[in-house]
Design a protein around this ligand. Structure first.
Ligand SMILES: [Zn+2]
Length: 451
């Protein structure tokens, strides 16, 4: 956007609404340039990735941040991998200059990734990833067989609860079962959520350890076309799965998805659920019952709840009290609700993942952090868009060049959340770790000297 146009849009605060509407929806280099010029939180972003190593403390690893790979996707899909930065100012200059349509974050390497060729020529294979947040990538398009409101990259408030479930289940387990504390959840801008586990213990995990953690969350067996995607084996559920079921999955299934997705509303949908019942006699008994009550007193609203109750009663009745069939109720709920992770992303240190506060080119929405403690309230359709933010900037008056332009836009609450709920406690922990490690090192050298 040229300066003339920016000026033309500057207008009195009273007319805020009209102005906000005056920036046409869209995603383009001109809009993005203003976003990177005025709103992108470089300082917080850099502080995050430095993990305390940008301080003056003698225990800091000054080379740390410069060994992190960022990759930029430019307009026209030009792809710049292995970008690295030594300071927030350097990062800011480069982003403003290159105006990336997408920024991805890679691992921290053994050496500066921008200088990898020099190291390669030295003959030693020293260019390897050494640290990386433990990450999870969840796409709602992987749930197309269990949602009927949208498909592919589309999402709405009827199917978004599937993502809320992911956050609740994973966040609780990563904290409770694995002891991680510094977890960042981010809206991917269109079709899902990303999770960044940033504890130093998580960043130092090997690929094997990452795979083990990813497998801990896996209940899906078989490929996309296998009928039965969930297999809950053993006489009792693993405590993590049992807790997930009673605390989250069951309620979301019965109170939300059953109705919002109309899971039993058609013959075809019923059939899909009946196929998850291993006993053919039981399945056909239910099928007959539902055929019978198709035009009975059950109103359209109640059909989902009524059929679900009938299914539960039948499967859990004394007549079918075998372990397999009782477990089947849980398997159905898991099939329709349990998190579906892109395992490969979590298993390998060198996977790239889109950075928070990027803008999604298709939706124009900012990849904002999500508060896991209030994830039920997160509404993807209410996330600020690029054009909305520019409208808000205009309404606030662009002539005042304040330090924090984002404070005058709806990006404010997201940046504040990032800073106070994620960044500050994490940096405090980093500082403590750094000081502990440093004084241990001093102590050690003192001990060595003293003899
Ligand atoms: Zn939907």
């Amino acid at each position: 956007m040229g300066d003339e146009r920016v000026e033309a849009m500057e207008i009195d605060g009273q007319q805020r609404q009209e102005v906000a509407a005056a920036v046409p929806d869209g995603f383009n280099a001109d809009y993005l340039r203003i976003y990177y010029g005025k709103l992108f939180p470089y300082g917080d972003f850099f502080k995050w990735l430095a993990y305390g190593n940008d301080a003056k403390h003698p225990g800091c690893d000054q080379s740390y941040i410069g060994r992190r790979e960022l990759s930029f996707t430019l307009e026209n899909d030009i792809y710049l991998r292995f970008q690295s930065f030594d300071s927030a100012a350097e990062l800011e200059t480069s982003i403003k200059e290159k105006c990336p349509f997408k920024i991805d974050i890679g691992p921290v390497y053994s050496v500066d990734p921008a200088k990898r060729h020099a190291y390669a020529q030295s003959g030693n294979n020293v260019f390897v990833p050494v640290e990386r947040e433990l990450i999870f990538d969840i796409d709602i398009s992987d749930y197309d067989d269990v949602r009927y409101c949208c498909s592919g990259a589309d999402t709405c408030l009827d199917c978004w609860p599937l993502m809320t479930i992911v956050i609740k289940i994973l966040d609780t387990s990563l904290r409770g079962d694995f002891g991680f504390n510094h977890i960042l959840w981010v809206y991917s801008g269109r079709r899902g959520v990303h999770c960044w586990v940033c504890d130093s213990r998580a960043r130092k995990l090997s690929n094997e350890q990452r795979s083990a953690i990813a497998d801990y969350f896996r209940v899906y067996k078989g490929g996309e076309n296998s009928l039965k995607k969930v297999s809950l084996t053993g006489p009792v559920l693993h405590p993590f799965l049992a807790r997930s079921y009673t605390d989250v999955l069951k309620c979301f299934f019965e109170d939300k998805l059953l109705h919002s997705q109309q899971l039993f509303a058609s013959e075809e949908r019923c059939q899909k659920i009946l196929e998850l019942i291993p006993d053919e006699n039981v399945a056909s008994e239910l099928h007959d019952k539902w055929q019978g009550n198709r035009r009975s007193s059950i109103s359209k609203e109640d059909v989902n709840a009524a059929r679900w109750e009938q299914l539960k009663t039948t499967l859990q009745s004394g007549k079918h009290k075998t372990q397999g069939l009782r477990r089947c109720v849980e398997e159905i709920v898991f099939s329709y609700t349990y998190p579906r992770l892109d395992m490969e992303v979590s298993k390998h240190m060198n996977h790239l993942l889109k950075a928070p506060f990027c803008i999604h080119p298709k939706t124009g929405r900012v990849c904002v952090p999500i508060d896991p403690n209030n994830c039920e309230d997160f509404d993807p359709t209410a996330v600020p868009t690029l054009s909305q933010l520019l409208g808000e900037l205009n309404a606030a008056g662009m002539q005042i060049d304040s330090e924090n332009d984002w404070e005058r836009t709806s990006l404010e609450k997201y940046i504040r959340f990032f800073r106070t709920s994620f960044l500050q406690p994490m940096l405090k922990a980093c500082k403590e770790e750094l000081e502990t490690a440093y004084s241990a090192k001093l102590q050690q050298s003192k001990n060595t000297l003293s003899w």
